[in-house]
Design a protein around this ligand. Structure first.
Ligand SMILES: [Zn+2]
Length: 134
């Protein structure tokens, strides 16, 4: 098993993952450059600090701007005819929490995420404004 077969849907939101699951993630080979690695990284970042994450994945994936397309996909920021709604909800829940953490709010992918959310919010506001116009 490697990162491409691993399903991070198993990592719970809001609670510490079981020891066996962490051990499994620790032992499997991870490329550190794919959507599955990023998904696992984000889900683990709720409960695991940067140093430990870096030692697990070899790098700080939240600083890797090459992963922006994967992040957009995971967070549902790009249109997709077959969105994985459960995954998108899980990722957004965790990213919102991480965005509020002082030491993580400045990471490249978190900044990108916050900017995209603001853009989407402004888009919705504008649309509402024009819908209200007579
Ligand atoms: Zn990978």
């Amino acid at each position: 098993m490697n990162c491409h077969d691993f399903n991070a849907d198993n990592i719970p939101v809001g609670e510490t993952p079981a020891k066996e699951l962490l051990l499994q993630i620790q032992e499997m080979p991870k490329c550190g450059h794919c959507g599955n690695c990023l998904y696992s990284y984000i889900m683990l970042a709720q409960n695991i600090d940067d140093e430990e994450l870096k030692s697990l994945f070899g790098d700080d994936l939240l600083e890797d701007t090459a992963l922006i397309p994967e992040l957009n996909e995971l967070a549902g920021l790009v249109s997709n005819p077959y969105p994985n709604r459960l995954r998108i909800a899980r990722v957004n829940k965790v990213l919102q929490g991480i965005s509020l953490q002082k030491e993580r709010g400045n990471k490249a992918l978190i900044k990108h995420y916050i900017n995209e959310c603001i853009k989407q919010y402004e888009g919705d506001m504008l649309e509402e404004y024009f819908n209200m116009a007579p």
